[in-house]
Design a protein around this ligand. Structure first.
Ligand SMILES: *Cc1c(COP(=O)(O)O)cnc(C)c1O
Length: 233
């Protein structure tokens, strides 16, 4: 199957899940998670009409940026962002999906202000409370929102998560539902214009249907678009 065929099939599956949850396929943003795939593959995904590209690693992203791989699609940073790499990412991407500490939010804002821009971010939550997993602990969320509300260089556009790995659909759905509750609660609170709950980014190749059924409106798909990643290289 070609990348274009994979995307076409995914769009149909996404539309089915969206309709099952009272929405339309066009309500769901499809982000192509292109780590370990080269610029040619990324270009094929952009040509096939994905809504955005997502990269995990700063070096890899800068390489593909220099090759104009993402031209024609918005770019999201979706990997763990080290503090010393903030300067390489802010202003180079449309959305940082993986803002995972109040401190990082502050650093992103500082850098954005220096560039004279406002950087859109999502707050990444470690919804399963797993050790050794990226994402913010739930108890830091209020502090993160306060920091963002007071930081002129960032605008929070929603939440992101990678739930614990599990083949148990019921368990996945419980985490996704918990994320959706937080998304709705925060959206109902009166922060300021720095905090807008537009995007709930959750669901990957193995679990995007469950995520959409629980309210995701952004899914990040890698292997179901590009094929299995080759970790031996
Ligand atoms: C790799 C990755 C994805 C996509 O994973 P697949 O299982 O290949 O669809 C999504 N989100 C993040 C943060 C990733 O690192």
């Amino acid at each position: 199957m070609s990348i274009a065929e994979n995307i076409e099939r995914l769009r149909a599956e996404i539309a089915r899940a969206a309709e099952e949850s009272g929405r339309h396929g066009s309500d769901i943003k499809l982000v192509a998670a292109s780590k370990m795939n080269g610029s040619d593959a990324v270009r094929q995904a952009v040509a096939a009409g994905v809504d955005a590209c997502g990269e995990n690693r700063v070096q890899e992203m800068l390489q593909k940026l220099s090759e104009h791989a993402y031209d024609g699609a918005p770019l999201h940073f979706i990997g763990h962002l080290q503090k010393n790499k903030v300067k390489n990412v802010v202003g180079n991407v449309d959305l940082i999906e993986s803002a995972d500490s109040p401190e990082l939010i502050g650093l992103i804002s500082e850098r954005a202000e220096k560039l004279g821009i406002v950087q859109d971010i999502l707050i990444e939550l470690n919804i399963g409370g797993e050790a050794n997993k990226t994402g913010m602990a739930l108890d830091l969320l209020p502090q993160a929102l306060d920091t963002a509300a007071g930081s002129a260089g960032v605008r929070v556009r929603g939440l992101m998560t990678v739930p614990p790995v599990s083949d148990d659909s019921a368990k996945n759905r419980a985490y996704f539902a918990q994320m959706h509750d937080l998304f709705v609660d925060i959206g109902a609170k009166k922060y300021n214009n720095n905090i807008i709950m537009d995007f709930l980014s959750m669901g990957m190749s193995a679990d995007y249907r469950d995520a959409i059924l629980e309210g995701a409106n952004m899914v990040r798909i890698g292997s179901a678009i590009f094929g299995a990643r080759d970790y031996t290289k």
